[in-house]
Structures are given as structure tokens and as C-alpha cells.
Write a protein that binds this ligand. Structure first.
Ligand code: ADP
Ligand code: MG
Length: 224
């Protein structure tokens, strides 16, 4: 899948409160890319990820997935598109506290009235080392385990691309390292496109293509 973002800008507020969160960002993402984006707090990382994944709309600019204009979809089409093609991993895990790990993981499928593919579910939860934890509630799991459940949820509908917004930001360095290693493994094994935001340079270096963002302006650092 080919993703093209063209001159995406996001401006919040007006007058004295005007903030240019994102300034004409253009970016092309090819199938199987592993991209990292690094930048200081407030530089526009989350804003960019929300725009690229259709969670939010830009002030100006366009976004296409295989030529299809994403911001032209209506709300219903866009939610369906996002559930089926895009996985999103949040810094705060965002698991539903009253559902077990397994119920959290399969939730995106249920919303589309689809049955989980048990073999794929087994493969995923094995890769993530959480198969023995599936009947637990989120509060019974460590932070690292909760994030691994969230990763399984992001992957359960077999999306083409996975976006992760500081996936290790709430974890200690050991469990953060494990989570990143698993994400990279899954990326290699399942051939997904992966876009990871981080302010950890050791994580940024795992990617094939490294970007930095400063004051809403994106630039590519390396292309391996
Ligand atoms: P990062 O993820 O790199 O920390 P963000 O993308 O969250 O940065 O924010 C970029 C800039 O946009 C910051 O100055 C932030 O304060 C501002 N911003 C983000 N969301 C909003 C919002 N909903 N309303 C007003 N300003 C916002
Ligand atoms: Mg952020």
C-alpha cells in the first residue's frame, strides 16, 4: 500500500493563541517501510500521526492511500476504513478496563461483526508472549503486558499499516525494549508497514527510514 501525504498543515487556535502544530508536511510511505519519527515534546509528532491515520483532519493538505482520498470519506466510511486497514498503538495503551485481554484484542473485529481467526490469534499472542494472560483484566497485567495486548488489538484485523505513538513512553526501559523488539519482530514476520514515534534515539535507529520533526517541520535523516 502506498500512502501519500501532501503539504499537511494543522493550525490550532487563532490570534494570539494560534499554533502551527504541523507545517506543510509531505511524506510518502511504501509497503513494508519501517519509519521512525523523533522530535521534542510539542513538536507535532502526535498531530502528524493522527492526521496520517485519519484520526483527525488537517487545516490544509491531502492524504491518499493507494490513490484514495482519505479526508474525502464520510465518518462511517472513514471509521470502517480505519478499523480494517489501520492499527494504532497509544502511549497509554487505551485498553477497556472491564474487558479481559482477549476481549480487548478482538473488539475491533466484533465492531465489524467478524469472527476472530483463532490460528492467527494464537500466532499473534505467541509472538507477543501473552497467551497465558488472555483471561486477565488490564489491571492484573504489567504495563509491558498491557502494551503487548494493545499491539495484538492493533494487529488483529490484519491492517496494512500500524502507527505507534510513543509506545514505550509509559514503560521502564526493560519492558520498553521488549515491546519494541516484539514490534520489530512482528513487522519482519508479518510484513506490515510500521510508523513509530519516539523520543528515544535507540528506538529511532531500529527503523529503515528515520525522520525528525521540529516545530512542525518534518525532515528525513537517513535512508538505509
Ligand atoms: P508532540 O506529540 O510532538 O508532543 P503534539 O502534536 O501533541 O506534539 O502538539 C503539537 C503542538 O500543537 C503543541 O504546541 C500543542 O500544544 C499543540 N496542540 C496539540 N493539540 C492541540 C489542540 N487540540 N488544541 C490546541 N493546541 C494543540
Ligand atoms: Mg505526542
Amino acid at each position: 500500500m502506498n500512502i501519500k501525504a501532501k503539504e499537511l498543515s494543522k493550525i490550532y487556535g487563532r490570534g494570539e493563541n494560534r499554533v502551527v502544530a504541523l507545517d506543510k508536511v509531505s511524506l510518502e510511505i511504501a509497503s513494508n517501510d519501517f519509519i521512525s519519527i523523533m522530535g521534542p515534546s510539542g513538536s507535532g509528532k502526535s498531530t502528524l500521526l493522527h492526521l496520517l491515520s485519519g484520526l483527525d483532519q488537517p487545516t490544509s493538505g491531502s492524504l491518499t492511500y493507494d490513490g484514495k482520498d482519505i479526508y474525502g470519506l464520510n465518518d462511517k466510511e472513514l471509521s470502517a476504513f480505519r478499523r480494517q486497514r489501520i492499527g494504532f498503538i497509544f502511549q497509554q495503551f487505551n485498553l477497556l478496563p472491564v474487558l479481559t485481554a482477549k476481549e480487548n484484542i478482538v473488539m475491533p473485529l466484533l465492531l465489524d461483526r467478524k469472527q476472530p481467526d483463532e490460528a492467527y490469534l494464537k500466532e499473534l499472542t505467541d509472538l507477543l508472549g501473552i497467551r497465558e494472560r488472555l483471561t486477565h483484566l488490564p489491571h492484573e497485567l504489567s504495563g509491558g503486558q498491557q502494551q503487548r495486548v494493545a499491539i495484538a488489538r492493533a494487529l488483529v484485523a490484519r491492517p496494512d499499516i500500524v502507527f505507534a505513538d510513543e509506545p514505550t513512553g509509559n514503560l521502564d526501559s526493560k519492558s520498553g525494549g521488549e515491546v519494541m523488539e516484539m514490534l520489530q519482530n512482528i513487522w519482519k514476520k508479518l510484513g506490515k508497514t510500521l510508523v513509530v514515534i519516539t523520543h528515544d534515539s535507540s528506538i529511532a535507529k531500529m527503523a529503515d527510514r528515520q525522520f525528525v520533526i521540529v516545530d512542525g517541520i518534518l525532515s528525513e535523516v537517513t535512508a538505509k
